[in-house]
Design a protein around this ligand. Structure first.
Ligand code: SF4
Length: 323
């Protein structure tokens, strides 16, 4: 079991399977991204070993991330192997769902979160650098048939897309997808983040309450989302208040970057290079001890920065961290 000094037990692993992405989202990818060399990215057999180790350490759920995980050629083999050990889900920009949803579903993938930051073609292009909205919407329809759950993640940035909150609520009413509004976090590869660009969960609830009556839904333990039901149309939507109301106190998540660095918290400045230990032919027991050790000293989380009113303006960019 992985337990830290604050008695937080790790149960969910977010594994980045690549730092590459076909998108250039303004709040994530730097203008000139530096990608790891192929050899530095975890290989399939290394991923299998790492997943087995974390399964032994009590991890129950796995979320595959990136960069863009659907760019990874052997993703199906990863899902196939992982679904024997964990409940597997994935976060994607959705661009390749049309082609890959069915094969990933038959490999054991159950749930997908699709990042969709605008429903307007031109604005979608300005935010992501891709003319992909139509293809993603078609991919979502396939995903709906293939997976048990499809959620939409909308990262709101003040002055960029907060005027689409009602459009996304109506989109959810029409399609049945659960929409979650995410706060903009300082993992911006271009260093463009600042607190005044954050549309907080509180802002979203105030905006939606100006038109609808909201009923809070009980928060499930360890969840990053808080859900609300709209009385007038039955739509249930979520807010993820990573910056304004962090949920670090019962955080049960840990991360591994695509180059094999274990990070107990996304704000951890120090990680454990598991890939290196594997390539140095260290035993599973040695690796497990090292993981337990670094996890026991897990950073308290962004909640500490918020309390001290000093959120770092630049940390590991999202495409490296895996979100
Ligand atoms: S900031 Fe760290 S501790 Fe807080 S919720 Fe995120 S990963 Fe968990």
């Amino acid at each position: 079991m992985l337990i830290d000094k604050l008695s937080r037990i790790a149960e969910k692993l977010r594994l980045s399977v690549t730092d590459r992405c076909n998108y250039r989202c303004i709040f994530c990818m730097p203008n000139n991204p530096i990608f790891e060399s192929e050899n530095e990215i975890l290989k399939l057999d290394e991923i299998k070993r790492i997943l087995t180790i974390f399964n032994d350490l009590g991890i129950k759920e796995l979320k595959l991330t990136g960069g863009e995980p659907l760019l990874r050629e052997d993703l199906q083999q990863i899902v196939n192997f992982a679904s024997e050990l964990f409940e597997v889900s994935l976060t994607t920009n959705g661009y390749f769902l049309l082609e890959k949803a069915s094969s990933l579903s038959s490999s054991g993938l159950k749930r997908v979160n699709v990042s969709l930051h605008s429903l307007k073609e031109d604005r979608y292009y300005r935010i992501t650098g891709m003319r992909g909205l139509e293809k993603v919407l078609k991919g979502l329809e396939v995903a709906k048939q293939q997976f048990e759950q499809v959620k939409i993640n909308v990262t709101l940035i003040r002055g960029v897309n907060e005027d689409e909150i009602f459009d996304f609520i109506d989109f959810s009413r029409r399609t049945g997808y659960t929409v979650r509004f995410l706060e903009y976090e300082p993992f911006d590869g271009n260093g463009g983040w600042s607190l005044n660009k954050v549309v907080s969960a509180g802002d979203v609830l105030r905006i939606v309450s100006s038109k609808f009556t909201l009923k809070p839904v009980d928060r499930s333990p360890h969840s990053t989302s808080r859900y609300f039901e709209i009385k007038e149309n039955g739509v249930k939507f979520g807010v993820i208040s990573s910056v304004s109301q962090p949920f670090c106190s019962d955080c049960n998540r840990v991360r591994i970057t695509s180059e094999g660095i274990f990070l107990p918290c996304m704000y951890s400045m120090k990680g454990l290079n598991i890939k290196e230990m594997i390539r140095q032919r260290r035993s599973d027991e040695e690796i497990k001890e090292a993981i337990k050790d670094i996890y026991s000293n897990k950073f308290e989380g962004i909640i500490k920065y918020v309390r001290e009113n000093k959120i770092p303006e630049k940390v590991i960019p999202m495409y490296k961290l895996g979100g």
